[in-house]
Write a new protein. Sequence first.
Length: 706
Amino acid sequence: MASLLSFSLPKPSIIKATALSPTTTSPSTPEVLEEKFGRKGIKFLESNNVPTVELKVRNGSSVRVQIPNAHVSSYKPKVYWKDDGFEEVLYTLPGKEKDSGIAKGGIGLVINDASEGGSKGSLISSSEWTVKDVDSDSIDAVQVELSCSSGPLEISYVVSLYPLSMASAVIVKNNGRKDVTLTSAILSHLKLKKRAKAGIQGLRKCYYCTQPPLSSPFEVLSPSEALKPESPGLLDFDFEPEEKPGSWKVQEEPYIILKDRLSRVYAAPPQERLKAFYNTSPTKYETLDQGKELFFRVIRIGFEDIYIGSPGSFAEKYGKDYFICTGPAAMLVPVVVKPGEEWKGAQMIEHDNFKKREFPLPSVASIPYQPINVDYLEEEFSGLGVTFERLSDSCVAKMTVENGSSVTLMLPSGLITSYKARMWHGGTVELLQTSVLEGEDGRAAIRGGVSPAFNFDSDGEISWSPSTWALKDIRGDSHDTIQVEMVSTDAKDMVEVRYILSLRKETLSSELTVSNLKSSSIQMRGGIISHLTVSTPEAAFAYGLEGSDFYNRPVFLSNFGIVPPDLSQKRGFGSGQLWGNLGLNGFFTGWDARNQKNGDKGNDSLESEEMEGEENDNYKNLTEEMSRIYTSAPRDFTIIDRGRRNSVVVGREGFEELYIFSPGSSHESYGMYSFICVGQSAMLKPVTLNPGDAWTGSQHLHNPNL
């Protein structure tokens, strides 16, 4: 099979099978194709009298490709939050009576002659495609390669299907003696529910011009129809006519509304490309369908242009569904393939619609997070040392390594409720303090454990805090290391936070990577907060902090924090002086109410919180109530519990501050408030990320008691 090593396709990567000889012509009947190439996840059949290959992966997502013309006529991914589970993405029209098998729309590969004096027509419309090879990887990734020839050109077209994405890639090889000049595109006709609720985001500040699409056998609108001006309705007061072809503009709005007819290319103008350095269009953008509450990410590889077209009122003559045409292209500057060389281009369509999110286009309400598909997670990640259990609308994931150490994780909240570590005596001991309390709405609320608690601010924009996490991947195995990767993004997908938990035999690590995709800087405040259980704070000691500078500060209240009810009434512990009164109002969702509730109990001064000093005790007893931030602490220190006769080494990377909170020893031993809270933090000095920056910070809880 043709190698796509230069393309960055998603894992699992396809293992290259032994390729057939280029001169071999595969039989065209589905029966013979099934016998020769059929395998689990790859089926050959006849649909509308056309030989077709159907690809299907384990979660049920499927793709259909017509073999003779390499036309992708169907893509049905698994959309987890929908009742029926699947959604047809492509807009495909059946062929006319005499050509009932030749469909329009779908995903069509376009390769046209662009040489001087050439035909200017399609180089592949009269070519017969044949199956060259297939491959699969445990039906989590399946692939078919078609091939054809046109004059001196040898062309391969590879269609790949994964659980959450599909890719189509073209490889053109020039076996002749002269240069071949061509234009090309992979144009996808995507089906949407409502004309007024179709949009695209991700192309702000890009150059664009009005341009007809490349002519194609699969086109729904011809190039001339695509350029016909839209006729505004009587109530279309916001209608703006399209620019004339050849006129360049900059996309100023974050969203492209596709209600009316348009035909555009988003790319660097050809004159700009003559410079040594120039700005290209983004490699990815998203289509938004408010009617179905779905979005799909389109990624281009190898192509320089992005084509976007919408039919406007013309869509009505084809049926009730709306559609758009989009995809990567080489239209404005033709591709020149020299003798003996290859040219490659690819498109990927991916999604994570199992994580419903808010759609920011007008008139769309907030979309709640939907229950997690536990059955799918069990099937997808079985055998990796992780089990899943449904709990109301949440999911409990339990990670267990070979020596018996285990971690319990709640999804989508990202809260670690348990870390049981192997001890010297052969058993396991719980290292975290977690309690079930009554929440603000009267329902049970889990508090404590380990959780990320951060807030992101940008000038002139509403602050955002990650509150739900989507499971991205699980790696490793129970013999060595289990890694669970989660991701959370803001409403505009301009701030991305990746959260990776790694469980080893002796260590639990929490790593955060923040990426700023905005055009402006952002500031991050907060920390990774851990509640370590102890027999009583009186028997707990912090070892290794001598010489560290510190500031006494009010109690840090996160969504999952445990704070004794009497603590806020005492001087110096937050009577109206929690973080909300220090300029961090709205720090977390659900945080203001808790801060306000405590703040109503008094108006004590901040004198005790403003105290600062240097730690002079290397073996500090934590029996007294304390809320303190250390600014020059070592990267590792130890919490020792003499009552339980164990200890935890707490390490950090990336963070410059260490937060420690002790509720004091006035409470019942081995009770709800027998814990020490530690946090790797950026509270006094926030982390600033400039546009395009990424930052990584981590915490390690190491068990030295084996």
